[in-house]
Design a protein around this ligand. Structure first.
Ligand code: ZN
Length: 412
């Protein structure tokens, strides 16, 4: 059926998998790498030796060797249960997600969330820290490194480090390029900062892309737009199970597209252009406007708490912001036809006050077929959406044949 769905995102894997009607891996073709056997077991949860042989189509001796390698590396644990044909309980092999951790930091404009995640991408420990992204890479990444040091994850080894940033990422070089708001970060070598400090695989990803991956995996959907609505506005796109990055990593940057509803007076955006979507609907713009209206707000969080307390002016402005965002994504929805639009970021805490405007405009400006199964909802992962997606992407990279070779040499 289809190939390379949620097992691999954008990593150039040449392994092909066959999928049955229940969308599970049923056979491997053209490769006998140890990572294929691990992928089978990760996908099914637990398998006996015989099941691995049947599902993989590989010989018993090859499978014995692969299972021994993976067990010696601590990636598989033997669990009881399961009757063999002779009545003797046969060993089942399960993926040992506790073998190591991935440290992930989801950096936003005014703070970051750091987490230690297991090899299933589940956050085991996390903390949040306030910092201005404008203070530059040295200050921010020093704070991130210190935060990683405070996370408690026992004596598990660190196999991966994943950094999410609120700007376009040149994926192969793992650095930020021409970020509209991240002054001082342009082309800063984020990956080297961490490879100098950790003997681990390092990935750098746009924050909204990472959130889209988390939503796609969690809900097992292939076509997702994630909207990160915080100080700024960004969109992450996962289509056909793959991140859509675009040529320069700038795909999905809807915050700096032109707003369709504009005031008589042009509004200056923090990127320097006039009348961007962010200049109407970004957390920073709402804060500016409410402050100008005489309300006591100094942050996006203050805007959210005014809305939650039912302040009429704040509610009116956030509703209007929802319509601006809805207009901005309606074309995207028509062009790309997502199944899910997941909202995260501080402003998403305004719930229906914000979402009603988004829904209204998306439904107004698209044909019914496009919205017939479309869900527009707040992310159930909340503040952990970013770190979860970052960890999952890094785990994909860790279990690619090339990285596994390196890892097994070190741990076998
Ligand atoms: Zn702008």
């Amino acid at each position: 059926m289809s190939t390379q769905k949620y097992l691999s995102f954008d990593l150039g894997s040449e392994i092909s998998y066959r999928w049955d009607e229940g969308d599970r891996v049923t056979a491997l073709e053209g490769s006998t790498h140890v990572s294929d056997v691990l992928a089978l077991i990760r996908d099914h949860g637990e398998l006996t030796r015989t099941e691995v042989i049947e599902l993989s189509g590989l010989s018993r001796s090859t499978i014995n060797q692969r299972l021994a390698t993976l067990s010696a590396a601590g990636l598989l644990t033997a669990v009881g249960g399961g009757e063999s044909t002779g009545g003797r309980p046969s060993t089942r092999f399960a993926f040992n997600a506790q073998r190591a951790v991935v440290l992930a930091a989801d950096i936003g404009a005014t703070g970051f969330t750091a987490a230690a995640c297991d090899l299933d991408g589940r956050p085991l420990a996390h903390l949040s820290h306030t910092i201005d992204v404008w203070s530059g890479p040295d200050a921010v990444l020093t704070a991130v490194t210190e935060a990683f040091g405070r996370l408690e994850f026992g004596d598990a080894e660190v196999w991966g480090v994943a950094i999410g940033v609120p700007g376009p990422v040149e994926y192969a070089a793992r650095r930020v390029v021409n970020p509209p708001i991240m002054t001082g970060w342009d082309r800063f070598d984020i990956a080297s900062w961490f490879t100098d400090r950790y003997d681990a695989l390092v990935t750098v990803e746009n924050d909204a892309n990472a959130r889209a991956v988390a939503e796609a995996r969690l809900h097992q959907v292939d076509n997702v737009i994630s909207l990160k609505l915080g100080t700024g506005i960004g969109a992450g796109l996962v289509f056909n199970g793959q991140i859509v990055r675009g040529d320069k990593g700038a795909a999905g940057d809807i915050g700096h597209t032109r707003a369709s509803i504009t005031d008589a007076e042009p509004r200056l955006c923090r990127c320097g252009n006039l009348d961007c979507v962010e200049a109407y609907a970004g957390g920073w713009a709402l804060q500016r406007d409410l402050e100008a209206a005489g309300l006591p707000v100094t942050s996006t969080a203050d805007v959210v708490s005014l809305v939650q307390r039912g302040d009429m002016e704040a509610v009116r402005r956030v509703r209007a912001a929802g319509r601006v965002i809805g207009d901005a994504i309606a074309t995207l929805v028509s062009v790309l036809n997502p199944r899910t639009i997941a909202l995260s970021g501080q402003l998403a805490e305004c719930d229906e006050v914000l979402m009603s405007g988004i829904r209204e405009r998306v439904h107004q400006h698209t044909v019914p077929l496009v919205t017939s199964d479309l869900t527009i909802t707040k992310s159930t992962l909340g503040e952990l959406a970013g770190v979860t997606g970052l960890a999952l992407l890094t785990i994909d990279a860790l279990f690619q044949p090339v990285s596994m070779e390196r890892m097994l040499r070190g741990h076998a």
